[in-house]
Design a protein around this ligand. Structure first.
Ligand code: NAP
Length: 256
């Protein structure tokens, strides 16, 4: 499990959830991790468990220029990077008649603008190192038409499209760009619903081919695959990590 030894990997939204799990899995595979998010105490908690001289950088990705400024700070700290996991994101649940322009700007600023600007800021250092891997955390919300999340779904559709476009731009330089689309993953964004809405967790579980919610580690293991040389001939792909929720037919479990 040392396939990423000597590599530097940036993980945004590394303070909890899928980002935390990805930071842990990439570290276990030998990479040095740059962890970023807003909550310094949580970044330090995660970094404290890592083995390969991790670095933490506080950053709020909602602000204008936040992505490009974070890229500059990362390069000043570690010189160059090989792997970028664009995981930071917010859900933005709003019914169509409740969604404001401010809501729209906020979710696009974090999920799309900063994701792209950070990537554009770090790409040249990957190219200078002979190649790299960008892994964007999208969502099956871009495939399935979720209720009450029109702006969020739009951000993830943008992520999917940008994944393919950048893969074209950077393919000749050896930088691969792929996206993973999680389904239902047990993280803080589902905490209140799973606790407060009776039967919801079980009801949603019935819609998943594998009949269970996912965990951060289920996504993180696929992140490691896309970060590693094992995926060297894969670029421009958007891969669901959803237990078969988006595309696999699913019937309620038989009771007999
Ligand atoms: N969980 C799911 O079922 C699911 C499904 C599909 C896709 N996804 C995607 O997976 C990614 C991670 O989600 P998650 O479920 O792990 O959510 P989470 O537990 O809420 O984690 C989100 C991460 O993003 C960071 N973040 C949020 N706002 C930020 C901001 N303004 N600036 C910088 N960092 C910010 C958070 O850190 P701080 O609060 O410390 O800043 C946290 O580390 C997201 O892109 C999400 O859309 C999740």
């Amino acid at each position: 499990m040392n396939e990423l030894k000597g590599k530097v990997a940036v993980v945004t939204g590394a303070s909890r959830g899928i980002g935390e799990a990805s930071a842990r899995a990439l570290d276990a595979a030998g990479a040095r991790i740059v962890l970023t998010a807003r909550t310094v105490s949580d970044l330090n908690r995660v970094a404290g468990d890592l083995s390969n001289d991790p670095i933490t950088l506080e950053a709020d990705l909602s602000a204008p220029r936040a992505g490009s400024e974070l890229a500059e700070r990362i390069l000043a700290s570690v010189g160059g990077v090989d792997i970028l996991v664009n995981n930071a994101g917010i859900p933005m649940r709003r019914k169509p008649d409740e969604l404001t322009e401010e809501d729209f700007d906020r979710v696009f600023s974090i999920n799309v603008r900063s994701l792209l600007m950070l990537t554009l800021g770090l790409g040249p250092s990957m190219i200078a190192r002979g190649g790299g891997s960008v892994i964007n955390i999208s969502s099956i919300a871009s495939l399935r038409g979720p209720l009450g999340r029109v702006a969020y779904a739009g951000t993830k559709g943008a992520v999917d499209a940008m994944t393919r476009a950048l893969a074209a731009d950077w393919g000749p330089d050896g930088v691969r760009v792929n996206a993973l689309s999680p389904g239902l993953i047990v993280t803080s964004i589902w905490e209140a619903d799973r606790r407060d809405v009776p039967g919801l967790a079980e009801q949603l579980e019935e819609r998943i081919g594998l009949k269970r919610w996912g965990y951060g580690a289920d996504v993180a293991d696929v992140v490691v695959f896309f970060a590693s040389d094992a995926s060297r001939y894969v670029t421009g792909e958007v891969v669901a990590v959803d237990g078969g929720m988006a595309r696999v037919g699913s019937a309620p479990r038989r009771k007999d």
